[in-house]
Design a protein around this ligand. Structure first.
Ligand SMILES: Nc1nc2c(ncn2[C@@H]2O[C@H](COP(=O)(O)OP(=O)(O)OP(=O)(O)O)[C@@H](O)[C@H]2O)c(=O)[nH]1
Ligand SMILES: [Mg+2]
Length: 240
């Protein structure tokens, strides 16, 4: 199992993140977004053997695509570096996957989930965008723009990710349903970012998600595409 952590200037938060990660994880991939603080050194101190990927482009989507390509595990878990995700929840995600799901999608708004870190604007935007995705793609999601998810690596072949920003989470959620993959929501609690400030801008990033929805529905032609950086096939089953 591989854990991918996109991190841009998160040195102060990494101790909290790594403290919650279970020690049976076989690989941690940290994707460094040209951090100007000690993100990489701190990660190496906290998790000897951490695989550090230097991001060439910009944005969380770009970072995750590079991180996924570097993973060797059959299961990939996405964990933010700001202290908002509790690594102890990984076991629920992995349970959903080994019980038959292809994609275990975190949700803050299903029974047992929650958030300490969402403004009213973000909450409303997420709710509207989620309702649109459900109506347009026949999904039954309770959350859309959330970064804590896990999946079997083979899913990447079916969703061929090709975006750069925060819209990656929504794009994944739409593509897995379009590909007919088995998706299971997992209740998750989002904690407050511990140090530093958000990189997300609600209106700009909300509009990017809306654009993805329209493109995926074929209402708007995709303009942002770049060649998919991934395409590794691995056998299904067996947590490595
Ligand atoms: N490598 C890399 N990581 C990024 C980039 N943008 C965001 N991240 C990371 O992606 C994760 C989520 O970003 P946040 O800024 O926390 O976004 P958010 O969760 O919507 O905002 P908060 O409310 O502050 O938690 C964090 O671990 C960031 O460090 C990027 O361009 N490159
Ligand atoms: Mg965050």
């Amino acid at each position: 199992m591989s854990v991918v952590i996109p991190a841009m200037n998160e040195a102060e938060n990494l101790p909290y993140v790594f403290k919650t990660l279970p020690d049976w994880i076989h690989e941690v991939v940290l994707v460094d977004g040209k951090s100007t603080d000690r993100t990489v050194e701190v990660a190496r101190d906290l998790w000897p053997g951490v695989k550090v990927v230097q991001q060439l482009g910009k944005g969380k989507g770009d970072a995750l695509i590079s991180g996924f390509a570097a993973c060797t595990g059959d299961i990939i878990v996405m964990v933010d570096a700001d202290g908002s995700a509790d690594g102890q929840e990984i076991v629920s995600y992995v349970s959903a996957l080994v019980s038959g799901a292809d994609f275990a999608k975190g949700s803050r708004f299903t029974n047992g989930g929650g958030t300490d870190d969402m403004t009213r604007v973000r909450r409303l935007g997420n709710r509207i965008l989620c309702a649109v995705v459900n109506a347009k793609f026949g999904a039954r999601y309770t959350d859309l723009c959330y970064g804590y998810n896990a999946f079997w690596k083979h899913c990447l072949d079916e969703i061929a990710l090709d975006c750069t920003g925060f819209e990656i989470e929504s794009l994944m959620n739409i593509r897995v349903v379009k590909a007919g993959l088995r998706v299971q929501e997992v209740p998750s609690h989002e904690y407050l970012r511990i140090h530093g400030v958000s990189n997300l801008r609600a209106v700009r990033d909300g509009l990017r998600v809306l654009r993805v929805i329209l493109e995926e529905k074929g209402v708007r032609r995709a303009a942002r595409r770049r060649p998919a950086a991934i395409g590794v096939t691995t056998a299904r089953g067996g947590v490595s």
